[in-house]
Design a protein around this ligand. Sequence first.
Ligand code: ADP
Ligand code: ASP
Ligand code: MG
Length: 411
Amino acid sequence: MALIVQKYGGSSVADADKIRRVAQRIAATKEKGNRVVVVVSAMGNTTNNLIRLAQQITSEPDERELDVLLSTGELVSCTLMAMALRALWYDAVSLTGAQAGIQTDNSHSRGRIARVDPQRILREIDAGKIVIVAGFQGMTSGSTLEADTTTLGRGGSDTTAVALAIALKADACEIYTDVEGVYTADPRLVPEAVKLKEIGYEEMLELASYGSKVMHNRAVELGEAYNMPILVASSFLEAPGTLIHGGVPMEIRNKVRGIAQDLNVAKITVLGIPDKPGVAAQIFQPLADGGISVDTIVQNASINNLADLTFTVARTDLAKALRVVEPVAKSLGAREVASDSRLGKVSIVGTGMQNTPGYAARMFTTLFKEDINIQLITTAEIRITCIVDEALVPKAVRALHKAFELDKLAV
Ligand code: ADP
Ligand code: ASP
Ligand code: MG
């Protein structure tokens, strides 16, 4: 009997009707003779609404309390899904992340899975039950005297699903969502985007890390580390999806495969800091200690021994980052700290650009022709990212999709 892990995202379980429809799909999977473990996200906009509610109480909600609050979203959907299956006469049981054995480190709002103890799940499926697990949440290790609920970061239910599939040695890991698979660009932004039949882990990881929210980047990272293929497909339609895996044929790899965009970007510039050893470390160490990820970093050549240091952080981290950077900049004798949160990232991704000249030039020329000013550039082995005004991001993505002929991509 095959063991299948399925995950259904928030828009797929947004109301009672949708939950009932998804329950029928789960039942159909069970009817085929499979053992089924399902991960669900919170219904529709629940997580956003809970964050908003917390912010109405205080502008800086306590991290521990916020994690418990947000974890309730997935509890609602997993219990309702179990009820929907029971109403169809299937034996189903809902489990919290902790009951499902998801153990994380202590970092609230971005908990990393340290280990999965799948014993409870195995006991339930051995008893013939369909197990519905609340996604996006885990529990820190330790006794009940100290263990706390954590969440895995926005979009983290994908990571719950892949982690469970690995721990359960599942035969398949299927991520069901509101689009039919992974496209060459966000199909809501680029109508002519093409659905990919398959994509390698490395390309998917870059796309996900640079804004393609169809997959949580850490889920892809886990899939790659444990070689667990991940199918992304529609919750509503019976259509072939996209398989994320490690064995993508060479010819298919040899191209730009996709374009990602991300509006969760802010830029901080520290102006006029003394150009001497140790300055960068003094700025970035406290940011790292505060759990703030820094992305693109640029330091210009110094004039009169004074330099400007520019870097980007997630827009949602800007206030926290400024609180860290401003006193450090002051103590270093910097002239000013400036910031801009109206920026976006546009990235082209493809293994084909490795060691091949011309991709960057083509990207910059395309943006220039659209009269789009590039503020910052970063490159990696299989990705080039430009940071531009946020209002110009949709135009940039469409123009690049055309310039790299992704609408003609033979998948
Ligand atoms: P879920 O709630 O199922 O987890 P998400 O909203 O997190 O769904 O992710 C699905 C969304 O990702 C799609 O609705 C689509 O707008 C967006 N998306 C961004 N980039 C891509 C891409 N390259 N391919 C498919 N969808 C994408
Ligand atoms: N509900 C969580 C979120 O909105 C987790 C998820 O959907 O994957 O981020
Ligand atoms: Mg998601």
